[in-house]
Design a protein around this ligand. Structure first.
Ligand code: NOJ
Length: 760
């Protein structure tokens, strides 16, 4: 549709129609028109039938047949021919579930991530969706925060690469094309740094930190063409992001030139009153309009206040029209005025969703994402004796992690099934489902889905499933106390030891329950549950070789159990093809190549621990000197650093050479082991002295390379002015002449370094 036709449409819309175009609800609203049928956050808004009939977009439902009918029913009654937009949280897969985003980032393979995102888009588009609330580009440093599973780790460069690749995969060069959907990058901004890792908590950081670490990935997603941006729940410089004019209008629209649609997070507009920056509904509406928030999700601030605000001259009609126009432009970009169903197609949906090709792609992604943390010569498995398999993730399809859209856990192959195919009756199983949490034999069951809204809510029985009770005010108990108070449960250990009496090696598929990851899943204790630790320790003490498979949505605190495991493979939540991917690695059909995108802490008290920190005035140069920045009881370094990961072969990285004009740096990478494998060569820079403090190391490039045993290759990186630049005190993007360290290595701790002088 021509732009002037869109403008005409806007001019024909009533104020109520505009306000509802700017309001996102759930589809049921259209069918349950009686206000008595409204539940949850929507009940209080007293929407009229007329208003409900013209909501501009809906969230959380999919399926070609359902959405086609919904669109038809909606348009049949609509006064103006403006189709609905369908959005949903397709975060890591539609029906074919991919590894969680944190795992995806450990591939350091944006091309494969893009290919998988394109497969996700094909499924979601055929199921009638137009927009996905992904990618999440929030930089994270604190694994206590449950949503690190949806993030791509602690590095801005890697985050940016992953966010951009995901956007390209979903949208291609045009989200309106067949098989494509629009991407909504979130949560703008800095949602990944809530104080104490507690979800929805205050975020507060300097503008320099925001610029250095937190903003770059959103910007890369915007540069890649993301059609939408979602605001975050938190404050940025004491103003909630949802009404933060500096952030939304200043940075996003003016500085980055973003022309798409900005949507709030779920009820975030009404939460301005809880934040105490709006005294009442109209003030919340006024602030959101001035900031340029186009759509509010799941609250009725705009519907309730625009007329009054306009009448009082507190907002202008032009401000409203700009929001509405951006929404119509997105609908137009998706081709909905001509074809309101877009790609919804029952037959195609059936054919594509969960198809073999997509599963195969997901398997590739899953095995590249797994990180081998330790291996004392036990992997790949090469034993003729029986192999034990235990642990709560041994025989479950519940290996998706949160936000797994339509993935079917019942139909998903389990590790036990995949390993039985390899080892037949040599595989001996014990304790395969029950001891993730004490006092519960259903600990891994997914909690019931909330009925009304796609928003995840705390399951009613969550407390019963957890061994961590919420205490009344004034009472407290430490994690250690909690552990000590647990009754000893030696029976299951004995049973396992008995079943494994002929096994020299045991695989323990351990981790955290799926529902302890994702939104509203912050934790203060990141250790494995006591019974899992007990089992691992008991097997080790009985002289078995232990291969620990870690299923988790975050770096866990595994230091207490590390010595008892001979090999540790971090498998994250690997998705629909996860069991096959793990088996590929255990058997050696695939040589592990994942690299950590987030440092592993030595204990919870060390959090946050991340590689790209600023230097302090008292760095630890002399370990004997007490008055330096360190802990008395724990080193500053992580248990496993960013960029780290083992392989079944070994690599060396040497001969760092910097060209005379400093425009390229290269190293010689050699496969020094006896099998082919892949590694990730990493370029880091450090501005040695500048007008403001700079990180000790910053990733500025990486290359995933495959080498046959004995082969070597020279890998070189271009060094550009952009890589040397940062936002200075005047908030200008520029670089400062002087000394820089150029470092290349195979993880963030082990690098070759050359100091060079850059001048204009
Ligand atoms: C709240 C979450 O923070 C956000 O990530 C999600 O997209 C929305 N709910 C919609 O479900």
């Amino acid at each position: 549709m021509e732009k002037n036709k869109l403008l005409e449409l806007v001019s024909e819309m009533s104020l109520e129609e505009k306000a509802m175009q700017m309001t996102q609800l759930v589809p049921d609203m259209l069918y349950h028109l009686a206000p008595a049928n409204l539940t949850g956050p929507l009940r209080q808004w007293h929407f009229t039938h007329g208003q409900l009939r013209c909501a501009g977009s809906v969230l959380g439902k999919s399926g070609a047949a359902y959405l086609k009918k919904l669109q038809d029913d909606y348009l049949k009654d609509a006064r103006l021919p403006i189709p609905l937009l369908f959005m949903a949280d397709v975060i890591h897969g539609y029906e074919t579930i991919l590894p969680i985003p944190l795992a995806q980032s450990c591939t350091f393979d944006p091309e494969l991530v893009e290919e998988n995102a394109a497969a996700v888009a094909r499924e979601a588009a055929a199921a009638g969706l137009h927009v996905t609330f992904s990618p999440m580009a929030d930089l994270v440093r604190d694994p206590r925060w449950g949503r690190v599973m949806e993030a791509c780790g602690e590095d801005p460069w890697l985050n940016g690469q992953m966010a951009a690749a995901t956007v390209r995969g979903y949208q291609g060069n045009d989200p309106g094309k067949k098989g494509k959907i629009a991407a909504c990058v979130k949560h703008f901004a800095a949602y990944g740094q809530p104080e104490g890792g507690r979800d929805y908590n205050t975020v507060d950081m300097s503008r320099g930190v925001l610029r250095d670490f937190y903003l770059p990935a959103y910007r890369e997603a915007v540069r890649a063409g993301a059609a939408m941006v979602m605001t975050s729940f938190n404050t940025v410089e004491r103003v909630p992001a949802t009404c933060n004019r500096w952030l939304l209008d200043g940075i996003l629209r003016k500085e980055w030139g973003f022309q798409g649609v900005v949507i709030s997070d779920y009820t975030a507009a009404e939460e301005l009153m809880n934040h105490s920056v709006a005294a009442d509904v109209p003030e919340a509406g006024e602030k959101c309009i001035h900031a340029g928030l186009d759509i509010e999700m799941m609250s009725g601030i705009y519907a309730a206040s625009l007329a009054e605000l306009l009448e009082q001259g507190r907002i202008s009609e032009q401000e409203i029209d700009m929001c509405v126009m951006r929404i119509l432009e997105l609908k137009n970009r998706l081709g909905l005025f001509e074809n309101p169903w877009k790609d919804a197609d029952e037959e195609l949906e059936k054919r594509l969703c969960g198809c073999k090709e997509h599963l195969e792609l997901a398997r590739k992604l899953a095995r590249e994402s797994m990180v081998l943390l330790k291996n004392d010569n036990v992997l790949p498995l090469s034993t003729d004796t029986p192999i034990g398999l235990a642990g709560p993730f041994s025989n479950t399809g519940g290996i998706f992690g949160e936000w797994s859209y339509l993935g079917n856990r019942e139909k998903t192959r389990t590790l036990q099934e995949a390993l039985t195919e390899e080892y037949g009756t040599r595989l001996v199983t014990a304790m395969t489902d029950t001891f993730c949490r004490e006092n519960s034999d259903s600990a891994l069951e997914t909690p019931p889905e909330p009925e009304e809204f796609p928003e995840k809510s705390k399951p009613a029985d969550a407390e019963a499933l957890s061994d961590r009770k919420i205490l009344p005010c004034g009472e407290s108990h430490s994690v250690e106390e909690t552990r000590l108070r647990k009754p000893d449960v030696p029976d299951f250990v004995e049973e396992a030891l008995n079943r494994f009496r002929h096994c020299g090696l045991c695989i323990v598929a351990a981790g955290e329950p799926e529902w302890e990851t994702g939104e509203a899943a912050s934790k203060t204790d990141l250790r494995l549950s006591p019974n899992q630790e007990k089992l691992i320790r008991a097997l080790h003490n009985a002289g078995k070789k232990v291969v620990l498979l870690l299923f988790s949505g975050r770096p866990l605190d595994i230091a207490p159990i590390l010595d008892a495991a001979d090999a540790v493979l971090q498998v994250w939540f690997p998705g629909s093809a996860g069991a096959d991917a793990v088996t590929d690695i255990l058997t050696g059909k695939y040589n592990p190549s994942g690299r950590l995108s987030m440092s592993f802490p030595r204990n919870t008290g060390q959090i946050p621990v991340y590689y790209n920190c600023y230097n302090t005035g008292r760095p630890v140069l002399d370990p004997e000197n007490r008055f330096t920045s360190h802990y008395l009881d724990c080193p500053n370094s992580p248990l496993f650093p960013f960029g780290y990961g083992l392989s079944y072969t070994t690599f060396s990285c040497r001969n760092l050479k910097v060209s005379e004009d400093h425009s390229t740096a290269s190293v010689l990478v050699e496969n020094t082991g006896n099998r082919s494998g892949e590694t990730v060569v990493q370029l880091y820079l450090r501005d040695v002295s500048a007008s403001v403090v700079r990180p000790l190391k910053e990733l500025k490039g990486f290359r995933r390379i495959a080498l046959e045993a004995g082969d070597a290759v020279e890998v070189s990186f271009r060094i550009t002015a952009d890589m040397l630049s940062f936002y200075n005190e005047a908030e200008q993007w520029d670089w400062e002449p002087g000394e820089f360290d150029i470092m290349i290595g195979l993880d963030s701790e082990h690098v070759e370094c050359q100091r060079v002088w850059f001048q204009p």
